[in-house]
Design a protein around this ligand. Structure first.
Ligand code: 9MR
Length: 359
């Protein structure tokens, strides 16, 4: 199966194979008698979850997208459908159709779900940001609105969401708390409140902080560790740390990532890679695809080397639907499958990735 891709991956993916595969490892690729046949099989073998963000429009309209999503992944995250602006575009008027569709499809296909995201500074409904800006929503009311939002959404999916990104991107790059609408109006206590409200609404869901650049930005790493310790000292129910993992081959690989994961795991947290992708400056070349494959392989390998790392989720699985070209001029091709849903070398490298040390 897919011999060309397999040959390319073997030829080009020397670093990840060398890094990830001990001498006794079975050969890579879906054609191997011993290797995993797809990502779900790989996930089963490693006893982690391998997930993808889901674009609901594509899920509804594109049968081939659906087929690959449901064949390859045992975990899903709604890319946009559970964000506040999507679920409550008008105050008090909830639109759950898209979020429900992601959960329904997941349950039908034995996929677990990450809820994304309850508290963020982006993709807030206009009624909320306008109300705060013009003073018609004061701090006390804002706090009540946030509590109701968290309670309503978490309750709706109680028992159906394995893990929630409760607070997303709470820190600045210098490691201080982000000057968001939440910090500015509610003070730093909003973070503890959010976790407590979410826990009350679904005591069994794993509750995560989620952020980017915590793979390697030292001030942000230290700031996030400090925040976690403070929350734990206040007995706040925090269960996990999500590393988004938005990488680009032009920036190099965050070589200390596994150690960073371990530092959070040492605080008793579960770890997840929640939004992995590896973008590149276009045009695509075989060399760039090989570097991309190496980065994906190293990230999975890093996760597998940390016992507490439970989930490896990519932020979209196909270059047909990826946030990257819309956000970074001249960049793209960040996913595991190309626009036609053909697997790229990175996919084959993931299949070939083995656990290096025991968990
Ligand atoms: O992929 C999402 C894209 O479709 C949205 O336009 C964008 C809006 O901010 O959010 C993207 O997803 C983000 C995620 O929710 C949080 N981490 C960063 C992701 C990429 O921007």
């Amino acid at each position: 199966m897919r011999p060309l891709i397999l040959a390319l991956a073997l030829a080009l993916a020397v670093p990840p194979l060398a890094l990830a595969a001990p001498a006794t490892a079975a050969g890579p690729g879906s054609g191997s008698a011993h290797g995993p046949r797809d990502l779900r099989d790989l996930a089963r073998k490693h006893r982690i979850s391998i997930g993808s963000a889901v674009d609901v429009a594509a899920l509804r309209a594109e049968p081939d997208y659906r087929t690959v999503l449901n064949r390859e992944f045992d975990h899903v995250t709604a890319e946009n459908a559970m964000k506040w602006e999507s679920v409550e575009p008008e105050r008090g008027v909830h639109t759950w159709d898209d979020a429900d569709e992601v959960v329904r499809n997941a349950r039908r296909h034995g996929q677990r779900v990450r809820g994304h995201t309850l508290v963020w500074h982006n993709q807030l409904p206009g009624w909320l940001t306008r109300g705060v800006a013009d003073g018609t929503i004061d701090a006390a009311e804002l706090r009540t609105i946030l509590r109701e939002h968290i309670t309503t959404q978490v309750r709706r999916y109680k028992g159906k969401i394995r893990a929630w990104d409760v607070v997303n991107e709470a820190l600045e790059e210098d490691g201080t708390l982000r000057q968001s609408i939440w910090l500015t109006h509610l003070g730093p206590g909003y973070i503890a409140d959010a976790f407590r409200w979410a826990h009350r609404a679904d005591p069994h869901a794993k509750l995560y902080l989620n952020d980017y650049n915590v793979e390697w930005n030292a001030p942000k790493i230290e700031g996030t560790l400090t925040l976690v310790k403070e929350l734990q000292a206040q007995k706040v129910p925090i269960d996990g740390m999500g590393f988004q993992g938005h990488l680009g081959i032009q920036y190099g690989y965050p070589g200390d990532w596994a150690n960073v994961m371990r530092r959070f795991a040492d605080l008793g947290l579960e770890i997840a890679i929640t939004e992995m992708d590896v973008r590149m400056v276009l045009p695509v070349t075989p060399e760039k695809l090989a570097t991309q494959a190496e980065y994906y392989g190293r990230a999975l390998s890093d996760c597998l080397s940390v016992k507490a790392c439970r989930e490896f989720t990519v932020w979209g699985f196909t270059d047909r639907h990826s946030w990257v070209p819309g956000w970074f001029d001249g960049e793209g091709a960040a996913c595991l499958f190309d626009e036609n849903l053909a697997p790229k070398p990175a996919y084959e490298t993931l299949l070939a990735t083995r656990r290096v040390s025991g968990r």
